[in-house]
Design a protein around this ligand. Structure first.
Ligand code: ADP
Ligand code: MG
Length: 689
C-alpha cells in the first residue's frame, strides 16, 4: 500500500512497534505528525572554507583529513574527549570532540571528510569543537542548508533525519492537494501545503538561512497560518454547534433579584465586575445558551459576580451548579456562598466525601435544592437535576472541556459560565477559548495592600524563619508552601514532612497546621476554618492551597523550592496574600537554579501584574501547558507559536471569520467541510462524555 500523509507511523520504513509506541506516547501517530516536526535549526553548509581561511570564531564547513586522533583521559567520570588535527593543502586546525570515543576507531587517516562545526578561540589558538563529520565519498549533508532536529519520544536527531528522509522520498508531496482557499494563499503569498512541507525540511539552495532559522520562510508561514486558520475555523463551528438550539428555560424575573442582594453586600462592585455581570445577564435573557469565559486576575472578585448570576437564576425558579477543581475549594465556596445565600436559598455541598449523599441527590433530582456546590462529583453518573439552568465552572485551567460538557448535558442546554485566573491577552484568549465569549475583570477591588516579593536562596532559610517569626509575633498569619508531601530520593527539593516539620518546630510558639492532598477532607475543612478564624497562625502546605483559597487577613506567603513551581503557579500562590488592606509579603526560597528557573523567578520578583506574568510565562515556556492539549499528549499547535507568530494569528483570525460567515458549503471549498467534520467529531466526543 502506498504511503499517505495520514498513514499510521508504523507503516513508515524504519519504524517498528517499539518506536511507534514511543512516538505515540508523545502524540506522534501519523506521517503528518512527523512531517510537522520541523527542524529547530538550520545549518548553512553551502560554502566550504579552506583551513587557511579560518581566521576567527564562527561556524564553518570544510573538507579535510583527520590526523593524529587520540582519546584523552578525563578525570570527570562519564566524560570522554578526543583530540586530533584537521588538515588540507592550506593548513592545520586542532579539533576536539566530547563524548564521541568511537571516532578513534572509525576515522581513516587517508580518507577525506566533510566537517561542519563551530570554531572557538582557546587561549592562543583556534579549534573546531564537536564537528559533524562524514566521508566526502558518501556525504549527504554537505554543500547544502541542513536541517537539524530536536529529539522526540526518545528518538535522536540522526534517526529522525533518516525517518524524515524516507517519508519525504516516498510521499508524493508535490501533488498533495491544499484545501486552504487559493485566494487566501495568494493574499498572503504562501506556497501550497505539499511544497511547504518539503521545503521546511529540504530548503532550496537559494533559501535565506536567517529566515529559516526565524521560522519565517514562506514554507514555515504556510504551516503556521494553516494551523491557526484551522483551529479558529473549527472553534467557530464548534461554538455554533453548541449554541444552535434554543434553550428551554426562559428568564422573566429580570434583574430585580440581584439588585436586592447587592444592597446587602459589604462592598460595591467595581466597574469591571458590573460590566461583566451585565454581559452575563444579557446572555441569560437571550434564547440561546450562554457560553462565556469570565477572566480576571487572582483576587479580582470573580466569585461574587457568579453568585449574583446564580441568584438571578434561582429567583427565576431554576437550579444552579457551582463547580470547583478541588474539594478544598468547593468547601470554601460552599462556606462563602452559604454566608451570602442561606437561608433565602437552599444549597448543598456535593463532593466525593460530603455528608448525606442520598438525600442531596434526591433534593437535586426533585428541585428542592436550588444550588449544588461541588467538585467533579457533580458530573458523576447518578447526579440528576430537576431544572438545571446555570452552570458555573471555577478555575477552568484545571478543568477539561470534556468535563464541562458533561455537566452541561445534565440540564437542557444550561447557560455556562467558566471562570479563569489565567490573564492572557484578549486575542490569545479568543484563540484558546475560541468557542467562548469573553468577559474580562481588569480591575482589582479598592483597598488592597501591596505585596512585596523577595527571591532568596535557600541557604538563608534561617533568616527567613526568623523574619517570619517576627511577622507572627506581630499577629500576622502565614502560609509556608512546599512542592511535595514527602522527600523523594529522585529529586532534591524540600517537603512538608521534612523541612515543613522542621519549620513548625522552629516556629513552635505559634499554632500551626499541616495541609496536603493526603489529609482527609473533614480534617481539611477543620484546618481551613481554624486558619480562617485566625486561631491557626501558620499553615504548612503543598500547592493544594494554590487556587482560590481566600483568607484576607493572611499576609505572608513563603514558597520553599520555588524553582519547582511554574510561573503561573507561583502567581496563584502569591495571590493568596494581599487580599486585605495590610501590606503583604511573598518570599520565594530557591535551591540551585536552571537558566529557565532563574528567568522565571526574576520575572516573579519583578512584577505582580498577572497579565505580564502570563505573557512572560508564554515566552519562557511556550503555550503548551497554558492552553492545554487537543488530545492527551498532543500540542495545540506543532509549528505555530501564539506569542512569536501573533501577526499570523491575527491574519488567520480575520480570514477564519470570513470563511465562517460564508458558511460551510460554498462550492469548491473543501477546507470548511473538512473542518466542520472535525468540529463535529470533537463535539460528539465531548457530548458523549
Ligand atoms: P477571585 O477572582 O480570585 O476568585 P474572589 O472572588 O475570591 O477573587 O475575591 C477575592 C476577595 O475580594 C474576596 O474576599 C471578596 O469578598 C473580595 N471582593 C470581591 N469583590 C469586591 C469588591 N468589589 N470590593 C471589595 N472586595 C471585594
Ligand atoms: Mg476564585
Amino acid at each position: 500500500m502506498p504511503l499517505e500523509i495520514d498513514s499510521p507511523l508504523a507503516e513508515l520504513r524504519g519504524i517498528g512497534p517499539a518506536r511507534a509506541r514511543a512516538l505515540g506516547a508523545v502524540g506522534f501517530r501519523t506521517v503528518r505528525d512527523l512531517l510537522y516536526h520541523v527542524p529547530f535549526r538550520y545549518e548553512d553548509r553551502r560554502c566550504l572554507t579552506s583551513i587557511g581561511d579560518v581566521g576567527d570564531e564562527g561556524s564553518y564547513s570544510l573538507t579535510a583529513r583527520i590526523q593524529d586522533l587520540k582519546r584523552v583521559r578525563l578525570r570527570r567520570r562519564g566524560m570522554s574527549l578526543v583530540r586530533g588535527w584537521l588538515e588540507d593543502e592550506t593548513g592545520r586546525l586542532p579539533a576536539v570532540w566530547f563524548n564521541r570515543p568511537y571516532l578513534v576507531q572509525q576515522v581513516q587517516d587517508e580518507e577525506e571528510y566533510l566537517l561542519h562545526g563551530r570554531v572557538r578561540r582557546q587561549k592562543s589558538h583556534l579549534e573546531m569543537v564537536n564537528a559533524s563529520c562524514e566521508p566526502v565519498s558518501q556525504a549527504l549533508l554537505g554543500g547544502r542548508i541542513v536541517a537539524v532536529y530536536g529529539s522526540v519520544g526518545g528518538l535522536g536527531p540522526a534517526l529522525l533525519r533518516r525517518l524524515l528522509r524516507t517519508a519525504l522520498d516516498e510521499l508524493p508531496l508535490e501533488s498533495l492537494p491544499d484545501d486552504i482557499p487559493t485566494s487566501l494563499r495568494r493574499r498572503h503569498d504562501l506556497p501550497p501545503w505539499g511544497e511547504a512541507l518539503v521545503r521546511v525540511h529540504r530548503p532550496e539552495d537559494s533559501a535565506d538561512v536567517e529566515q529559516l532559522n526565524e521560522r519565517r520562510s514562506p514554507a514555515h508561514r504556510r504551516l503556521i497560518y494553516g494551523e491557526f486558520l484551522e483551529l479558529q475555523a473549527e472553534l467557530g463551528l464548534l461554538r455554533s454547534l453548541e449554541t444552535r438550539d434554543e434553550k428551554r428555560h426562559r428568564y422573566t424575573g429580570g434583574k430585580r433579584a440581584h439588585v436586592e442582594v447587592q444592597e446587602n453586600l459589604p462592598f460595591h462592585l467595581t466597574g469591571a465586575q458590573q460590566r461583566a455581570l451585565d454581559e452575563i445577564l444579557a446572555d441569560l435573557e437571550s434564547p440561546f445558551p450562554m457560553l462565556r469565559l469570565l477572566q480576571g486576575d487572582v483576587g479580582s472578585g470573580k466569585t461574587i459576580v457568579a453568585v449574583l448570576a446564580l441568584i438571578v437564576a434561582m429567583r427565576n425558579g431554576f437550579q444552579g451548579a457551582f463547580m470547583a477543581p478541588t474539594e478544598l475549594l468547593a468547601a470554601q465556596h460552599f462556606r462563602t456562598l452559604s454566608r451570602l445565600l442561606a437561608p433565602s436559598f437552599r444549597l448543598s455541598l456535593v463532593t466525593g466525601s460530603a455528608s448525606r449523599p442520598e438525600e442531596v441527590r434526591r433534593g437535586l433530582a426533585d428541585g428542592r435544592i436550588q444550588l449544588a456546590v461541588g467538585t467533579h462529583a457533580l458530573i458523576q453518573e447518578g447526579v440528576a437535576f430537576d431544572r438545571l439552568a446555570l452552570v458555573v465552572v471555577d478555575e477552568q485551567h484545571r478543568f477539561g472541556v470534556a468535563q464541562r460538557q458533561v455537566l452541561q448535558d445534565k440540564g437542557h442546554r444550561p447557560d455556562l459560565l467558566v471562570m479563569t485566573a489565567t490573564p492572557i491577552p484578549r486575542s490569545l484568549a479568543l484563540t484558546v477559548y475560541g468557542d467562548l465569549s469573553l468577559s474580562i475583570i481588569d480591575e482589582l477591588p479598592p483597598g488592597r495592600g501591596e505585596v512585596t516579593t523577595r527571591v532568596v536562596p535557600q541557604d538563608r532559610r534561617d533568616n527567613v524563619y526568623g523574619w517570619l517569626g517576627d511577622r507572627l509575633a506581630e499577629g500576622g498569619q502565614a502560609y509556608l508552601v512546599f512542592p511535595m508531601i514527602d522527600d523523594s530520593s529522585q529529586i532534591s527539593c524540600t517537603s512538608v514532612s521534612v523541612q515543613g516539620e522542621a519549620a513548625r518546630k522552629v516556629l513552635g510558639r505559634w499554632r500551626s497546621e499541616v495541609l496536603h492532598g493526603r489529609v482527609d477532607s473533614r480534617e481539611r475543612e477543620r484546618i481551613m476554618e481554624s486558619f480562617g478564624a485566625g486561631e491557626t497562625r501558620l499553615l504548612v502546605a503543598t500547592s493544594i492551597i494554590e487556587v482560590g483559597v481566600d483568607v484576607p487577613q493572611a499576609t505572608v506567603m513563603v514558597i520553599d523550592s520555588a524553582e519547582r513551581f511554574g510561573l503561573a503557579q507561583l502567581h496563584q500562590l502569591r495571590g493568596r496574600v494581599g487580599r486585605g488592606a495590610k501590606r503583604s509579603f511573598c518570599v520565594a526560597l530557591h535551591g540551585k537554579l536552571s537558566e529557565e528557573a532563574e528567568e522565571r523567578l526574576a520575572v516573579f520578583g519583578a512584577t505582580t501584574d498577572g497579565f505580564r506574568i502570563a505573557e512572560a510565562d508564554l515566552e519562557i515556556r511556550g503555550p503548551g501547558d497554558l492552553l492545554g492539549t487537543r488530545q492527551a499528549g498532543e500540542p495545540l499547535f506543532r509549528v505555530a507559536n501564539i506569542v512569536t507568530d501573533r501577526d499570523w494569528l491575527e491574519k488567520a483570525r480575520i480570514d477564519a471569520r470570513g470563511l465562517l460567515e460564508a458558511g460551510v458549503d460554498p462550492p469548491g471549498q473543501p477546507f470548511m467541510r473538512r473542518v466542520e467534520q472535525s468540529a463535529r467529531r470533537r463535539y460528539e466526543r465531548f457530548a458523549g462524555g
